[in-house]
Design a protein around this ligand. Structure first.
Ligand SMILES: *Cc1c(COP(=O)(O)O)cnc(C)c1O
Length: 384
């Protein structure tokens, strides 16, 4: 992914920093759009990465935005996203966030509890508007991913239990200021097994028929996001296989006339275009281990510490034979570890290290723990 000229330029920059390949992002979005059916719409999950340059590119390609907070809605609007292309999800929307979203005239709320639906109805009544909503259902499908990133099982906080649906529909009929326009699922993240999406299609088909039989006029079927990326060997799949993913729905999903299908992809769009660059501060042997202490830590990329996530790591300054390292950050936490027993070219102090596939849930989750400064982001088109 990095030619020697680029490495030379990057090697002059102060580490740690993020680097985004906007050309790869552009190609990724083109490939995504090329795989879409006519009634498919993609709402980029802005929580994965909210950098303005990235949002601008998303907007240039006419994708929508899936927001999970009022500030994410504001950010999208500031980046000139049309409010009619914003959907609003989240299990704990506040009254202020709901008022903001209604006033800005976003496309749709994805509601996660009946209390929330009631509050949106009440606020809509006070503002003298009718608000269109979808309800997020928890379908109890195991997305076979890490427990903190799966969201579609009965014991997670997300969505409305699927067998409470008929109950909720009865109650919704009595609310005057909301219109039920859709239903929503989001099973979890980093899903590699496409069979999970076959099951999701089947559940969606049942719900779609059920709602139709109960005289609800459903316009939007929202199937969430969650398509995984190749963290182990990013160069083998710099662009995810969107075609196979959408083909699952093309084959298995039943839509009635004029229904739109929404997808809310985050990681699969931006994951591979971002990398975190760092330099080796120290090397030490301790209890038969080679510790490599680098100047990036969990404050820049928390995924390994938080989810035990694997990222591909390279030493861009060495072509020596590989030996095993524990690659750790400088923070005062044992979990501040990027990889254990990881084979890397034999290294020396000051070598440039790259942690790949950091475009999604990387920079957005950074913190200033230990009073560390936020890492700068560079973009491919800045450096040339
Ligand atoms: C996080 C999230 C997404 C995006 O998930 P990815 O795994 O990044 O594709 C989509 N929809 C909702 C409701 C989410 O919370």
């Amino acid at each position: 992914m990095f030619n020697s000229e680029l490495i030379q330029r990057l090697n002059k920059l102060k580490t740690p920093f993020y680097f985004y390949d906007l050309d790869l992002l552009d190609k990724t979005i083109l490939s995504l759009k090329d795989s879409l059916e006519l009634n498919y719409n993609v709402y980029y999950a802005i929580k994965a990465n909210n950098n303005s340059k990235i949002i601008k590119l998303i907007n240039d390609h006419n994708l929508g935005i899936d927001a999970v907070s009022g500030e994410e809605i504001n950010k999208a609007l500031n980046c000139k996203i049309n409010p009619k292309k914003i959907v609003f999800a989240g299990v704990g929307k506040t009254k202020e966030e709901i008022i903001l979203a209604i006033k800005k005239k976003i496309y749709l709320f994805n509601c996660e509890s009946f209390d929330e639906v009631k509050l949106i109805d009440k606020i809509s009544n006070e503002l003298n508007v009718t608000t269109e909503i979808a309800i997020r259902l928890n379908p109890n499908i195991d997305s076979r991913t890490h427990k903190y990133i799966k969201t579609g099982m009965f014991d997670t906080k997300f969505g409305i239990q699927i067998d409470h649906l008929s109950d909720i529909l009865e109650k919704i009929k009595n609310l005057k200021n909301i219109h039920l326009k859709g239903y929503h699922f989001h099973l979890g993240s980093q899903i590699d097994d496409l069979n999970v999406f076959v099951k999701l299609s089947q559940v969606s088909n049942e719900i779609n028929s059920y709602l139709k039989n109960n005289k609800f006029n459903i316009r939007d079927i929202n199937l969430g996001g969650g398509l995984g990326i190749n963290y182990k060997e990013p160069d083998l799949n710099l662009i995810p296989d969107f075609r196979s993913y959408f083909n699952v729905f093309k084959k298995n999903l039943i839509c009635f006339d004029n229904q739109k299908v929404h997808f809310e992809l985050g990681r699969s769009i931006v994951g591979q275009c971002g990398s975190l660059f760092s330099r080796i501060l120290y090397l030490k042997k301790s209890f038969n281990k080679n510790f490599m202490i680098i100047d990036a830590g969990m404050t820049e990329l928390i995924r390994p510490a938080l989810y035990n996530a694997h990222h591909h790591i390279d030493n861009l300054s060495s072509i020596e034979k590989e030996i095993k390292y524990d690659i750790v950050g400088p923070l005062c936490e044992s979990s501040d570890t990027f990889a254990k027993d990881y084979y890397l070219n034999e290294s020396k102090l000051g070598d440039l290290i790259v942690i790949r596939s950091s475009g999604a849930y990387g920079e957005v989750m950074s913190s200033n723990y230990n009073l560390r400064k936020k890492a700068i982001a560079y973009y491919s088109n800045d450096l040339f």
